[in-house]
Design a binder for this molecule. Structure first.
Ligand SMILES: [Zn+2]
Length: 487
C-alpha cells in the first residue's frame, strides 16, 4: 500500500512538472520586434476633427425597411467627402454604386503588383427611441466635448472611412507616388447585409477578374482589459468570419376550437423541436482560440497557460469554462438562437400553422448544408418542416504570414509597442463576406481602442471616440498605406 502511495505521489509530481514545462515552452514570445515611432503627420488636428465631427451629423441610418432610407443624408455625406478631400477627387478614379456606395481607385505605377483594398461603411445603426435621453450628447450632434467626439458612427464605422480619406489626402499632399494600386470601398448598407453596396462593388471586381493582395475591413479592435489575465492591450485581427443562416421551422396541423384539442398542437410540436435543438448543441472547435492564445500566451498568467498548454489532459475543463459564457462559447462553436415564433392568432383557436426562426452562426469548417442537416437530425420529427433563408457560408481562413497581415501587425505595434497583436475568429458579420474569392488574405480590424465600456457603446448608447484615437487611426492608415503602396 505504501508503495502505491509513493508511486501515486511521484506520478502527480511528474505530471505537474510536465504541465508546467509545457506552459513555459509552448508559448514563446511571438510578437514582432519593432521600434515605436512618433508619427509625423501632415494633418491639422482641429480641421480633421471638424471634418470627422461633421460626418456624424449626417443621419446615414440603415433601416430594415429600405424605403425608410434617407437619400438626403447619404448625398449629404458624399458632398461633404467631396469638399473635404479635394486631392483625392482630383487624383482617384471615382465610382458610385447604387447612388450611395463609393469606390475610389488610386492607380499605382506597377501593374504587376496585386492591388490592396481598404473597406469601410457609411451607414450606421438607428438610435433606439427608448435610449434617446440616456445620451449625454445628442447622438447625431458630432459634439466635441473634452477631447471626445460624440455620436452614432464614431466607432462603427465612420472612423475607418474618414481616417482612410484623411491619410490618403495627406499622402497625396506629400507627393507620394504609389507603386501598388490601392482601392477604397465604402458601402452604404453594411448594417443590413451590404447587398446593395459592398456586394455590387465585389461583383464589379469579379467581372474584371481582379485579385487583391489583401483586403482590410472593419472587425476586431485594440481591446483593453477584455482578454482575461493579459495586462497589455491586445489588437485582435479577424482572420476568419462565421457564416449565418436563418432556419425556418414550420408545423402544419388541423385547426379547430381550443376546447377539444389534440394532445399536441402545432405549437407544442414546434416547441418540442426547439427544445430538442437546444439540447443538441454543435461540437466545439478550439482551433481559433488556440491561434489567438499562441500569439499572446507568453504574456498571460501561468493559471491560463497551464490549461491551454495541456489540452491533451484538461480539454474538458477548458471546454466547461468557455461554454459557461456566451461570449467565449460563440468563439468555439456554431451557435443556435431561437429568435421568432408564431402560432394561432386567437387564444381559443388551435393553430393551423406554427412557425419559428432559429438564427445560427456557422463556424468555419461547417456549411449551411451541414448545419441544416444537424437541425433535422436534432429535431428528429418529420412533422417539422425545415427551410433556410438569408444565408452566408462561413469564410475561409486567412494566413497570418502574408504581406497584408505582416504590414497590419507592424503598423499597429509601430504606433504603440505595448499593444500585442493576435488573430481571431469574428463571430459577427462584415461587408468583407462579399469579397470571398477576391483575395486569400482578408483581414478584419479597425484602429480603435475598446474596453468593456466601449464595447457596450458599439451599436449602443453614448457611442464616442477620443480625439487622440481618431488621430491615431489616421497615423495608422498613413503608415500602412504608404508601405502597402510602396512595394
Ligand atoms: Zn460596422
Amino acid at each position: 500500500m505504501k508503495k502505491f502511495f509513493l508511486g501515486f505521489g511521484l506520478g502527480v509530481v511528474v505530471l505537474a512538472i510536465v504541465m508546467l514545462a509545457r506552459a513555459h515552452w509552448l508559448f514563446p514570445d511571438t510578437q514582432i520586434d519593432v521600434v515605436q515611432l512618433t508619427p509625423n503627420l501632415n494633418v491639422d488636428q482641429s480641421d480633421a476633427i471638424a471634418r470627422f465631427a461633421k460626418s456624424i451629423q449626417f443621419q446615414t441610418i440603415s433601416y430594415d425597411d429600405p424605403k425608410k432610407l434617407d437619400n438626403e443624408a447619404f448625398t449629404g455625406i458624399r458632398a461633404h467627402i467631396q469638399q473635404s478631400f479635394p486631392l483625392i477627387h482630383q487624383f482617384a478614379k471615382h465610382q458610385v454604386f447604387n447612388q450611395h456606395s463609393l469606390l475610389y481607385e488610386f492607380t499605382g505605377s506597377d501593374s504587376s503588383l496585386k492591388p490592396a483594398l481598404f473597406m469601410g461603411h457609411l451607414d450606421v445603426v438607428p438610435v433606439d427611441e427608448v435610449t434617446q435621453d440616456q445620451w449625454q450628447q445628442p447622438p447625431f450632434s458630432g459634439a466635441v466635448v473634452d477631447d471626445i467626439v460624440w455620436g452614432r458612427g464614431t466607432i462603427d464605422d465612420k472612423v475607418t472611412v474618414f481616417a482612410l480619406l484623411e491619410s490618403m489626402e495627406a499622402m497625396l499632399k506629400e507627393g507620394v507616388q504609389l507603386k501598388r494600386t490601392v482601392y477604397f470601398a465604402f458601402g452604404h448598407d453594411e448594417e443590413i447585409g451590404g447587398k446593395q453596396g459592398a456586394k455590387k462593388i465585389a461583383e464589379h471586381f469579379k467581372q474584371q477578374g481582379i485579385q487583391f493582395e489583401f483586403v482590410l475591413d472593419e472587425g476586431g479592435a485594440i481591446t483593453e482589459g477584455i482578454v482575461k489575465g493579459v495586462e497589455h492591450p491586445v489588437a485582435m485581427i479577424g482572420i476568419a468570419e462565421k457564416g449565418f443562416v436563418n432556419i425556418q421551422l414550420t408545423v402544419n396541423s388541423d385547426g379547430g376550437h381550443s376546447s377539444q384539442p389534440p394532445n399536441q398542437t402545432a405549437l407544442g410540436i414546434l416547441s418540442q423541436a426547439i427544445v430538442n435543438l437546444e439540447n443538441n448543441q454543435f461540437e466545439t472547435d478550439f482551433s481559433y482560440s488556440q491561434k489567438t492564445f499562441k500569439k499572446i500566451g507568453y504574456y498571460a498568467p501561468l493559471s491560463a497557460r497551464i490549461p491551454l498548454a495541456n489540452m491533451w489532459l484538461l480539454e474538458p475543463v477548458v471546454k466547461n469554462v468557455m461554454l459557461s459564457s456566451p461570449t467565449t462559447a460563440a468563439s468555439i462553436r456554431s451557435t443556435i438562437a431561437a429568435t421568432m415564433a408564431s402560432g394561432s392568432s386567437k387564444s381559443n383557436i388551435l393553430p393551423t400553422q406554427a412557425s419559428a426562426v432559429v438564427n445560427i452562426r456557422i463556424f468555419p469548417g461547417e456549411s449551411v448544408a451541414s448545419v441544416k442537416q444537424h437541425v433535422i437530425n436534432a429535431i428528429d420529427d418529420p412533422r417539422v418542416e425545415v427551410d433556410t433563408f438569408m444565408e452566408n457560408e462561413p469564410s475561409a481562413v486567412s494566413p497570418t504570414d502574408s504581406l497584408g497581415f505582416n504590414l497590419i501587425e507592424k503598423h499597429i505595434r509601430q504606433l504603440d509597442n505595448e499593444v500585442l497583436v493576435a488573430p481571431y475568429l469574428v463571430v459577427g458579420g462584415t461587408d468583407s463576406k462579399h469579397f470571398y474569392g477576391l483575395s486569400d488574405n482578408i483581414y478584419r480590424f479597425m484602429m480603435v481602442r475598446l474596453d468593456q465600456q466601449g464595447l457596450k457603446r458599439f451599436h449602443g448608447v453614448n457611442e464616442q471616440l477620443p480625439v487622440k484615437d481618431y488621430m491615431n487611426a489616421i497615423a495608422f492608415f498613413h503608415g500602412l498605406l504608404m508601405e502597402t503602396a510602396a512595394q
